[in-house]
Design a protein around this ligand. Sequence first.
Ligand SMILES: Cc1cc2nc3c(=O)[nH]c(=O)nc-3n(C[C@H](O)[C@H](O)[C@H](O)COP(=O)(O)OP(=O)(O)OC[C@H]3O[C@@H](n4cnc5c(N)ncnc54)[C@H](O)[C@@H]3O)c2cc1C
Length: 504
Amino acid sequence: MHMPDAANSGDSFDVIVVGAGNAALCAALSAQEQGARVVVLERAPEEESGGNSRFTAGAIRVAYRGVDDLRELMPDLTEDEIAQTDFGTYTEDQFFDDMFRVTRNRTDPVLCEILVRRSFETLKWLRGKGVRFQPIWGRQAFKVDGKFKFWGGLTVEAWGGGPGLVQAETEACRKRGIEIRYRSRATRILTDGFRVQGVQVKTPGRLYELRAPAVILAAGGFQGDAEMRTRYLGPGWELAKVRGTRFNTGDGIKMALDIGASPFGNWSGCHAVQWDFNAPEYGDLAVGDAFQKHSYPWSVLVNANGRRFLDEGADFRNYTYAKYGRVVLEQPGNFAWQVFDRKVLHLLRDEYRIKQVTKVRADTLEELAQKLEGVDGKAFLEEIRAYNAAVRTDIPFNPNVKDGRRTEGLAINKSNWANTIEEPPFEAYQVGCGITFTFGGLRIDPETRVLDQDQEPIGGLYACGELVGGIFYFNYPGGSGLINGAVFGKIAGATAVADLRRNA
Ligand SMILES: Cc1cc2nc3c(=O)[nH]c(=O)nc-3n(C[C@H](O)[C@H](O)[C@H](O)COP(=O)(O)OP(=O)(O)OC[C@H]3O[C@@H](n4cnc5c(N)ncnc54)[C@H](O)[C@@H]3O)c2cc1C
């Protein structure tokens, strides 16, 4: 394809994609599929590339009507596996309901509709590019009466998790002749005031202008920048740990705002989880997402005052985990302890058994109270006594459903999965706040064109993934980040090329 303005000194590309995470690689594959010459710019060195996408477990939310749909995504499923599993359904309506409920009806209805309705076809498309999927038996299903039952609308994960996903997408790009330039940071968008003309690129030894008539921004949110976090999310956010890549410092957002793009969405909101209190400042690819501590629905969560401060069982984990990091950050000392007794220890996820964990174990509650660093032990013992007395032990415990086994009469009740804390051994895990990604970003039209402050498209500029605003507010249904990047990445690649053809 020969587009106008595509000539560079030595290079000739139709589309520049900024970033090499899931959204970017989907955009690159999609633009290439339409006949464009595509180059991908990735700021990180190759060994640290792949963005937040590589840090994930690869869980992907997708609407499906039943096992036949899942078979299309996962043709390797055996009859035995199907017989042993209740996959249920996760309809488009359920996906809509989840999005609207957790975002308190703020999600942009047009973008949300695209996300939901194109989720299945997009994963099928990715499968066609060589990305493989499998059911998330380990983390999203419990075995009941000999059968695995999925409980949270989240059934599919990429083969090999986030690293496997990024690797498969990278290989798919390479196979199709898409060049990926590592250690290549886009620092400025080139524009004639009407259309973009490329980007300025900084490498360790060189600053150069790379020209192309279309630029797709997929460079992630601003969670990696402590100053922006504090400015937009609020005081205290500089103290949060970053769960994923250190390279998402808001570059794509800032570059676009600099040329007049419109900010959109929940700029003071973010996805943040309970994360090991002593985790490093940024994510560690060797540990991946295992600093998270997501079995808190089976726990009692106490702060430095020894007090509970939230409803650990308000909903399935998938619908509360992304907002509870903020609540922990707001506690005195910015930490909390998740406390479990013997009855539920077998339910703890793998991440509780990693080497780098802040954990104490005790045979009596009094001993535990002494071991909970930073906690008022006397208040803690009172709190546990009051909590134990309030548990409706007559209601059976069932981790697969919202079982209604609750506390009654407490200032903050636990709505489901309430078990007493009384059988030794006791284990407790110290958590702080780990930020995943920011919700505020750029305003796009339904075809991913970046809009300016007059809500007109900025010619040749597109955006997808974390740096787009308007989709997530306050909270987030687990597994939506990857599908968001894939759906809008695919659209961005196709739109960029269609616009080029129209303008040629
Ligand atoms: C620990 C963890 C676990 C998660 N688990 C899941 C999960 O299981 N399921 C799910 O759906 N979501 C999960 N998420 C969220 C998910 O990772 C993100 O929503 C999604 O991957 C974002 O994709 P993206 O392509 O927009 O950004 P990224 O994958 O972060 O890619 C952005 C890329 O842009 C690059 N970049 C930044 N600035 C520049 C620049 N100036 N020039 C060039 N390149 C630049 C970065 O280096 C990076 O590679 C998780 C996130 C984390 C951190």
